[in-house]
Ligand binder design. Structure first.
Ligand code: ADP
Ligand code: MG
Length: 240
């Protein structure tokens, strides 16, 4: 390919031309040829953006709606799952709280929403409660933590997984409350927890703070309580 074309393609960051991924087709009329370049470039950029959003989200693993079995977990119907999958509730700043014992699919649903949202153009962050606490506590001494908190402010959706397994100190409770207070009017929040709301006061060690927290989070919110047995235990695999 003409060296000048490659030079300009690089200058204008048209990757499909610059890297010669695109083979010129003399049989195509000029207009169609140009259109096909733009289309390929648009697809390339979209795929790159999806990869970047998935990376920024820091999902521990990939889960999809398709893999979720509502016959096993009867606390949620396929219709409700489809409703979650539309992601419209994120545009409307609804929050989602998933409560239930271990292994009942809370993290699966949170990840399915998160992965799908990132693929559809939403900016997402995923953190375990424990890791989130670390980020909040180190924001003044770690550039990485500070950058992450700045990223939260750009997020459409923040997923906080496994709240309630570990106790929260008074400092952590206040940092968490400040974060939620700052975000809840501009960001959808998903929280998964093994404890019902009545158990949150104990986790945070402050009933007044939890009341104020729930007041903010539950203003626009869907709570799903999973009560069935553990999918992990039921589908446990063993060596012998
Ligand atoms: P929790 O977060 O409630 O402790 P997970 O979502 O981590 O549970 O589920 C544990 C494992 O079981 C995961 O691998 C998840 O994909 C799977 N799982 C749980 N519930 C279901 C379900 N209803 N259908 C399909 N897989 C499920
Ligand atoms: Mg979990």
């Amino acid at each position: 390919m003409n060296a000048d074309i490659i030079k300009y393609a690089k200058q204008f960051r048209i990757r499909v031309l610059g890297d010669q991924l695109f083979k010129p087709d003399a049989a195509l009329p000029c207009e169609e040829y140009l259109l096909s370049i733009f289309k390929k470039e648009a697809i390339y950029r979209e795929e790159k953006a999806i990869k970047e959003r998935l990376k920024q989200a820091r999902f521990p693993t990939y889960k999809s709606f398709k893999e979720f079995d509502c016959e096993f977990q009867k606390s949620i119907s396929y219709e409700q799952l489809n409703r979650l999958e539309t992601l419209e509730w994120i545009d409307d700043l609804y929050n989602l709280i998933l409560i239930g014992p271990p292994g009942t699919g809370k993290t699966h649903i949170a990840l399915a929403v998160g992965n799908h949202a990132a693929e559809k153009g939403y900016t997402v962050a995923f953190h375990s409660m424990d890791n989130l606490m670390h980020v909040l506590k180190t924001k003044d001494i770690s550039a990485k933590s500070k950058a992450r908190i700045n990223w939260f402010k750009k997020c459409d959706l923040i997923i906080i997984d496994e709240m309630g397994y570990l106790p929260v100190t008074q400092l952590e409770a206040h940092l968490f409350f400040s974060l939620i207070s700052e975000l809840y009017e501009s960001t959808s929040i998903i929280i998964t927890s093994n404890k019902g709301f009545e158990g949150w006061a104990e986790v945070f060690g402050d009933a007044v703070l939890v009341t104020a927290l729930l007041d903010r989070i539950t203003q626009r919110c869907q709570v799903l309580s999973f009560t069935d047995e553990s999918y992990r235990l039921k589908n446990r695999k063993s060596i012998f």
